[in-house]
Design a protein around this ligand. Structure first.
Ligand code: SIN
Length: 296
């Protein structure tokens, strides 16, 4: 009988049992989602982004479904860093997988949070530079600004550092290079695509925050393009993030150049998809090109 291949990898200095990463904003801090999935079967979990000050988030409605997609306008609702550090961080080590803490803010805030989280529970940090639902201070867009910000954070922590880049089709290579030059250990490529949905009866936007970020199967081909471009630009390991919902999408992410595969919106509509994906990854590891049957 053939042996199941070992899918373990070191990603940005973090030991993962397999390449599957539960993406930020779709898995809480593990407590909630562990009622739906076996956390110990994933490589890592990335927590919902926390900011230095608490944020109430955007007005409702905050979610709108679209064909093959979901537009969210959450607005980084979170209880603030002090509560995260006191109430959430200490429990992260007892989860059966490494946890990456996602943080957003300006340079001084990010540095303070990164320093305080060092040794406090998370196995690594993801700097969210790309939430489409908050203002510019949290989202530098120029490669030079991104590099400056990430250098500041790099000085504050020895934890593995990932940059979650925006889906900037034209400059994704430059942004990836900026993160690499600043000393990041890995990338998450990318965040949701800026989007809008209208209620035609009311003739008004469906989201309380007016605009939002599109995720789900609809964005997969775009994510593959972004990962491919980032891979051409840098050697950093990449979490391919955006639209993976089945085995074919997961394998495509690896072919595009990702080392790890993010599962996000799929957790809301098919949380057990990871089972078939893990099986496909094992087959992909053992079979040569053309050997794996695509999902019917
Ligand atoms: C949000 O909280 O608005 C979504 C988070 C993100 O897109 O980074």
């Amino acid at each position: 009988m053939s042996k199941t291949p070992d899918l373990a990898l070191r990603f940005a200095g973090i030991k993962l049992r397999n390449p599957l990463v539960l993406l930020s904003g779709t898995a809480g801090a593990g407590r909630e989602i562990k009622k739906l999935v076996e956390l110990g079967r994933f490589g890592a979990l990335c927590t919902k982004t926390v900011t230095f000050q608490p944020r109430p988030g955007n007005p409702p409605p905050r979610i709108a479904e679209t064909p093959s997609g979901l537009v969210n306008s959450i607005g980084l609702e979170n209880p603030g860093f002090a509560r995260f550090l006191e109430e959430t961080a200490p429990g992260l080590r007892s989860l059966p997988l490494p946890v990456i803490a996602s943080i957003a803010g300006n340079g001084p805030e990010l540095s303070r949070m990164a320093e305080a989280l060092t040794g406090a529970g998370p196995a690594g940090l993801e700097i969210n530079l790309s939430c489409p639902n908050v203002g510019g201070a949290f989202n530098p867009t120029a490669p030079t600004e991104i590099e400056r910000l990430l250098r500041e954070v790099r000085r504050a922590t020895g934890l593995p550092l990932l940059a979650k880049l925006p889906p900037d089709f034209y400059r994704i290579g430059d942004l990836a290079r900026a993160a690499e030059t600043a000393g990041c250990d890995g990338l998450t490529v990318a965040n949701t695509l800026p989007a809008m949905v209208f209620d035609l009866k009311l003739r008004k936007p469906r989201l309380g925050g007016i605009t939002g970020g599109l995720s789900g199967p609809a964005v997969l081909p775009v994510s593959l393009y972004l990962v491919h471009r980032a891979r051409q630009a840098v050697g950093l390991p990449i979490i391919g993030s955006g639209g993976v919902h089945d085995a074919d999408g997961a394998v495509s992410m690896l072919l595009a150049g990702a080392q790890a595969i993010g599962l996000g919106t799929v957790n809301f509509f098919r949380p057990l998809a990871y089972r078939e994906i893990l099986q496909a990854l094992a087959e992909f590891r053992t079979a040569g090109p053309g050997r794996r049957k695509p999902t019917p």
